[in-house]
Each structure stands twice: as structure tokens, then as C-alpha cells.
Ligand binder design. Structure first.
Ligand code: WTA
Length: 725
């Protein structure tokens, strides 16, 4: 439904075509553009979309409706403006310094303040909401009953688990615990129990392999692993305990000994996994908890800047980075963004379909919603099981009124059941999308069919590193624009820079690297164990004075390409490095390639993203074999398996292609851009600078068959494709 902006009737821009050129990406363009753009640029074409306005019913109940909020959070009021978020929390001791920049860029927020995160998410709600539901868990089998935990019961269970972690495992403030669990209530209970003690949790996505979990155990130095015996996924009961054995063995190989493995049970009365328990090392949590029935653990008062958790994220090079998030700043930021952007009230039934094993789940399933005393829904399984009507049945049955998911899920639900939402009587007041740019087509289905043209949408752009939303519309204030994240959050001052650090003006039609000029409370504090890499990866690019303690000198480099329309709305084009975003999950190209190289026959590997209508991107693998090794399909199979066991099923390549050689520059760099073009059925463009141009045509014929190039890239392909390469 299109209306005019009630605040500014003249603001509606005319739909028009704009052409953008983005520096820093590595895709080539075809046709007429080719002569004008160098290898380091990408052309982006799209139409400006019309604006959609929030309806009066939504605005009538929204938490933020005063357009004056931008003024309150303007640069002249920074950093004190963030007091507004911190004041949503209950502090044991109020802070004296809002932002300490003395060790730039290691920012400290709310210094002098002390609080406990689990007390903020649980204890403080007991007075008003003891008998209100905190978590509702929906198991994947549809005939298994839903589990509802009231705030009182959540309090009981968090306390008992905290007692177990403290007294059975000897854990104390500052220790790390790795948690490798599926989507069950015991996961947030374990996280909150850690937070109660000041123990730093490191949750590894349940779908990651045992080896990936082992590597994260080593990096974080955890001596306790918390897991679960099994869980349902697509109708199958998976053995998850077996991954714990692999993880512990992998960690031990690297010199980290896991002392105890705590195994939650999926079923009360039976084991869900045939994998044996190892005496003295493995403990069923459910059994040990009996000793702690009714135990109460005083929440430990934690300095605001002490870490709450680590969340590992892939980068373009090297091993995954343990992003360290703070207690006070992080909680203030996710509480504020949940309240004002997701519009969470304590009376809302909120469902975010992400996995808690990713940052979205931490910030916007667990910490943000619970700090706001909301009811947060957890679903164990896949959204399309047993059919594409499942999410809408869950929403109808539980009365979900706020919904949060990713473009990937939206695309797959639309593909499998475009009319399913119409069959169910649910009503969303607002919906969120996150994880990758959403195509206007998918946005419109989300808006019209899922949201019944009533629910507002917030397209939230942010990252594991940023803790919470950076760009999004304020749902009760701003109009929405399909495909565009929108204006920056109040208190976030972005800029779009070219490679040299010059600002690309708003409305210029040119794209560049998006940076955030200022620190904000949700920003991560460092990379665990690697502060140099933290500075190098995120701040060095645009910092001109290393010894400066003025935040203006330290723009945060997000690694995404973006451009800003004349109305100030920001459109994110995706990563400018080599990360492949599969179904909203970031996979490091380098991590995948190094898994390929563990296959003895493989000499070189290059992983490129191919555009997939459902998942966004999927990896395609090129390998060159060692001399004398025959190109046997069994080798390709081994490569696929290596990725699956070392990274996880999510990273499984679409195809593994054995090629005679890799296209290389004269300095020996593999030209992934050329391979990506071939994989995506695009013209590979100018290859005259390669050391072995002849191999390119051989590979093209292998992949695309003989004959001319199958398809010239259209503007949309280029736009999509530019995201990852
Ligand atoms: C991409 C997920 C466009 C982006 C919270 C970013 C998005 C990366 C959006 C972070 C969005 C996330 N529009 N792109 N609304 N949200 N991205 O760390 O490239 O898993 O850098 O955090 O996802 O992924 P991460």
C-alpha cells in the first residue's frame, strides 16, 4: 500500500534508473561498460523503488514515533545520547564515563558501571512478569507438545544450571565455555547461566562439524564443552553427541584438553544418540542437575566492559575470528534496538527464525527480547518441514505478532508455498529481514503476502562484529524502500568512502566502502587473542594517525560495498572481500579452500560463489591436481567430503570441477573473478593480463560446453554477483 509521507509530503522521489560504479570489488562487467571500467570496479544497475509507509495502527502503538530522535542522537549529542539505551538496563553500579577512547580503537562504553546480564534478562522481570511466558519452544515434530517457560521457571532453570557450571565444573568469571547445541530452550538457559557467573560463552552453530567446533574450542581455550545428544532436522533425529567426540579429539590434537563434556538430553526418558558416553568425561546435564534442584546463584556483578561472549565469524583470510562482545555496551545496544526497531513490548510474542548459533540469534532471540521482557519463540527445525505452511501455522497457534527472518528463508518459503500464508489467521505488526540484501521482488512478497500489507518491515543491515543493527528504518517514523536497508540507526554516522578515503557524496550515484565513523555501544571489543588483527582488519584501512585517541580518526571498515540514494537511504551491495554468503551464513573462501587442500591429490583450490535463487550464493569449487594424478570423480567426491567434515554441510559445494590449471595473474594469484564469471555463465571479459590465458577457454568449455558464451550477464546478474566477489 503506497501512501504519501505524512511528515514530508514532498519527499517521494521519482522512480528512475541510476547507474552506479563501485570501487573495490572484483567483478568485471560486460558489453558496453567494459571499456569504461577497470578490473577493480563493478557496475550496478537498478531502479529506485517507491516508498511504503507505516499504517496508523502500527504508529499508534510504536515505541519510537518522534522524528526528533535523530536530533537527540545527532553528532553534537554523541556519545551521551546512548545514555537513552543504557538507561533501559538495571545497573548494580551506574557508570561514570560514557565512552572511554584512551586506547583507541579499543572502545570502552559505560566505564565504571557494573551489571549482570542474566539478572537483566530474567531476575528483574519477576516482580511484574513471573508468570508470563519467557520462552516458547516449538519442537520440529508437529505432534510433540510445545514447551512454555515462564519467567519464574526460566529463573529457576538458569540458577540451577549456573550452580552446576560453578560447582560441578569449577567455572568462574572470565573462563570460556564452548556450547555446540541445536535450537532448544537449554541453549539460552546455558548462555544465561554462563552470564550469571561472568563466564564467557562461545556458541558454535549446531550445524557446524565437530572439527569446526574443535578449532573454536582451541582458539577460545575452553575446557568445558556443552552439547546435546540429538535433535530433529527435516524429520530426522540427528546424532549430535558424535560431534562432541570429534571436537574433543580435534582440540586435543592441537593441545587443548576438554575436561568435561556436558550433554543435555533431547528426551526426558531416553537417549537420542547411540554414541556412548565416556566415563569421567561425559555427563548428562539432566542427571547432574538433580543435585542442584532449587539452587540459587547470586548474579555476579560484572564491569560493563568485561566480555559476555565470543562469536566466531569467517573472514576472507586466515582462521575464524572470535569476536569479543562486552556486557554493558552490548546489552544496552541490543535492548535499545529490540525495543525501538523491532518494536518489542513485554506483551508481544516475538519469533525470530534464525539460529541462536549466529549473532542474530544471540542479539535478537536471546538477549534483546529477554531484556525487554518479551516472549521469545524458539523453533527446533527447518522452516519448510513438513511443508511450507509450517511457519504460518506456528505463528497462528502461538499468536506471534513480530516476525524476523532472512531473505533466504523468504525466498524458499515463497518458492515452495507462495499462497500458504493466506491459509492461516495470524497477524504480524512488524517483520524484520537480515543477513543479505533482499531483492525487491522477495521484499514485496514478504510485505504483501506474509505481512498482508499491514506489517511494517525493517531491513536491518549489521554484522557479527557490530552487535546490533546499523542501518534500518525506524518503523514508526520512516517509510520503507524495498531492497534498501534505509537510513542509519540514530547515533550511527556512516560514510561511503572510495579506496583513498574520500567521501562519496550522498546521491552521487556512486558506490564505495561503507564505514561507520563513530563507535557505538554494540561494537565488538577485539578479536579474541589477536588485537593486532582486530586493528588491521577493521580500522587500519582508513586510519591516518595510529596514536590518535580521538574517535574521529578511526572509521570502522565494515567490508561491505554500499551507496546512498538522494534521500539518504543506504543500499548494501554486499561484501567486498572473499566471503561467500550461503543462505545468510558467511563462509570464508580461504577456510573452504584450505579444506580442499587437505585432500592429498589436490594441488590448488579456488572457491567461487555462484548465484542461487534460493540460498543467495553457493560455493563452487575448482581444483587442480598434483602432477601425475588422474582426474577421477572420486577425487571430486573427496573434496566435497572434506569441506563437509571440516566446515559443515552448509558449505557443501554445488560442484567440484577438476581443471588442468588455474587461471593466474603474472604474479601467480589465482583469478577467482574469471572462474566466478564462468561458473555464473557470464562473459569472463579481458584476460590478456593473465600468465596462462589459454586455460580459461578450456575451463569455459568444460563448464559451459562448446559454443559461444551461454548468456551475457544482465544488469541483475551483475548486481547480485557483485556481492561476494
Ligand atoms: C550482510 C549478520 C544487506 C552484509 C547480522 C554483512 C546484509 C554480512 C544485511 C554480515 C542486510 C547482513 N542487507 N546485507 N540487511 N544484513 N548483511 O556477520 O554483507 O553473519 O557484512 O551478521 O551480511 O553477516 P553476519
Amino acid at each position: 500500500m503506497r501512501q504519501r509521507n505524512p511528515y514530508n509530503p514532498d519527499s517521494t522521489p521519482r522512480p528512475h534508473e541510476v547507474r552506479h560504479v563501485m570501487a573495490g570489488a572484483r567483478t568485471q562487467v560486460t558489453g558496453e561498460d567494459q571499456s569504461r571500467l577497470s578490473e577493480a570496479e563493478i557496475a550496478v544497475h537498478w531502479k529506485e523503488e517507491a516508498l511504503y509507509y507505516p499504517g496508523p495502527k502500527f504508529i499508534g502503538q510504536a515505541n519510537w514515533t518522534d522524528p526528533g530522535v535523530m536530533e537527540r542522537f545527532s553528532e553534537k549529542n554523541f556519545p551521551e545520547c546512548f545514555r537513552e539505551f543504557a538507561d533501559l538496563l538495571t545497573w548494580d553500579q551506574y557508570w561514570h564515563t560514557t565512552l572511554d577512547t584512551s586506547k583507541a580503537p579499543f572502545w570502552k562504553w559505560f566505564v565504571g558501571g557494573k551489571l549482570n546480564v542474566s539478572a537483566n534478562c530474567v531476575d528483574r522481570h519477576l516482580a511484574m512478569y513471573a508468570n508470563k511466558s519467557s520462552l516458547i519452544w516449538v519442537p520440529e515434530p508437529e505432534d510433540e507438545p510445545t514447551v512454555v517457560l515462564t519467567y519464574q521457571e526460566l529463573y529457576n532453570r538458569v540458577n540451577e544450571m549456573a550452580a552446576l557450571l560453578r560447582d560441578h565444573c569449577g567455572l568462574k568469571k572470565g573462563d570460556r565455555v564452548t556450547i555446540h547445541m541445536p535450537m532448544v530452550p537449554e541453549l539460552p538457559i546455558t548462555m544465561l547461566a554462563c552470564a550469571r557467573l561472568g563466564v564467557i560463552h562461545s556458541v558454535v552453530f549446531g550445524g557446524f562439524s565437530g572439527e569446526a567446533c574443535g578449532a573454536r574450542i582451541v582458539d577460545s581455550g575452553s575446557r568445558i564443552l556443552v552439547t546435546m545428544d540429538g535433535y530433529y532436522r527435516s524429520g530426522k533425529l540427528l546424532d549430535h553427541k558424535v560431534n562432541a567426540d570429534i571436537a574433543v579429539a580435534a582440540a586435543e590434537k592441537e593441545g587443548t584438553k576438554v575436561e568435561k563434556v556436558l550433554v543435555w538430553k533431547r528426551f526426558r526418558d531416553k537417549a537420542a544418540s547411540p554414541t556412548p558416553m565416556i566415563a569421567g568425561r561425559d555427563f548428562y546435564v539432566n542427571d547432574v542437575l538433580k543435585q542442584f534442584a532449587g539452587a540459587k546463584v547470586e548474579p555476579v556483578s560484572i564491569p560493563a566492559e568485561d566480555p559476555l561472549f565470543l562469536m566466531y565469524t569467517s573472514g576472507s583470510t586466515g582462521k575464524p575470528k572470535g569476536c569479543q562482545h562486552s556486557s554493558g555496551g552490548y546489552l544496552a545496544y541490543v535492548t535499545g534496538t529490540s525495543k525501538f526497531i523491532q518494536d518489542i513490548h513485554p506483551t508481544d510474542i516475538y519469533w525470530c527464525m534464525a539460529d541462536i548459533g549466529w549473532i542474530t540469534g544471540h542479539s535478537y532471540i536471546v538477549y534483546g527480547p529477554l531484556a525487554n521482557a518479551a516472549t521469545t519463540v524458539l523453533y527446533e527445525g527447518v522452516p519448510t518441514y513438513p511443508d511450507a505452511g509450517r511457519p504460518w501455522r506456528i505463528a497462528e497457534r502461538l499468536g506471534v505478532n513480530i516476525f524476523h527472518t532472512s531473505p533466504t528463508a523468504i525466498r524458499s518459503l515463497r518458492k515452495l508455498g507462495p499462497d500458504e500464508p493466506k491459509k492461516y489467521r495470524y497477524h504480524f505488526k512488524c517483520m524484520t529481514t537480515v543477513g543479505e540484501p533482499i531483492e525487491p521482488e522477495a521484499w514485496k512478497w514478504y510485505y504483501e503476502v506474509v505481512g498482508r500489507s499491514e506489517a511494517v518491515i525493517t531491513d536491518t543491515w549489521w554484522q557479527t562484529e557490530t552487535g546490533g543493527f546499523l542501518c534500518t528504518t525506524k518503523p514508526g517514523i520512516d517509510p520503507m524502500k524495498p531492497g534498501s536497508a534505509g537510513p542509519p540507526m540514530p547515533g550511527i554516522y556512516p560514510a561511503i568512502l572510495d579506496e583513498q578515503g574520500n567521501e562519496i557524496p550522498t546521491g552521487s550515484g556512486r558506490a564505495g566502502n561503507i564505514v561507520i565513523r563513530n563507535p557505538w555501544p554494540g561494537i565488538f571489543e577485539t578479536i579474541w587473542g589477536d588485537p593486532d588483527r582486530f586493528v588491521k582488519t577493521y580500522y587500519a584501512k582508513y586510519n591516518k594517525n595510529k596514536s590518535s585517541t580521538d574517535w574521529h580518526d578511526w572509521p570502522y571498515f565494515a567490508g561491505d560495498g554500499a551507496l546512498r540514494a538522494p534521500d539518504g537511504y543506504i543500499r548494501i551491495l554486499g561484501r567486498v572481500d572473499d566471503v561467500i554468503n550461503v543462505a545468510g551464513h558467511r563462509l570464508g573462501t580461504k577456510e573452504l579452500e584450505s579444506a580442499c587442500l587437505t585432500v592429498p591429490e589436490v594441488a590448488e583450490a579456488a572457491v567461487v560463489p555462484i548465484v542461487d535463487p534460493e540460498k543467495g550464493r553457493v560455493p563452487e569449487v575448482y581444483v587442480a591436481l598434483k602432477p601425475g594424478v588422474k582426474a577421477d570423480p572420486a577425487v571430486a567426491e573427496k573434496v566435497s567430503k572434506a569441506i563437509e567434515t571440516q566446515i559443515g554441510k552448509i558449505a557443501r559445494p554445488r560442484t567440484v570441477r577438476i581443471v588442468p590449471d588455474m587461471p593466474k595473474t603474472r604474479s601467480g594469484k589465482i583469478m577467482r573473478r574469471v572462474l566466478a564469471s564462468i561458473s555464473n555463465r557470464m562473459d569472463y571479459g579481458d584476460i590478456s593480463t593473465l600468465s596462462n590465458p589459454e586455460v580459461v577457454e578450456q575451463i569455459r568449455v568444460m563448464v559451459q560446453g562448446a559454443g559461444p558464451v551461454e548468456k551475457q550477464a544482465g544488469p541483475d546478474d551483475i548486481k547480485q554477483f557483485g556481492k561476494d566477489v
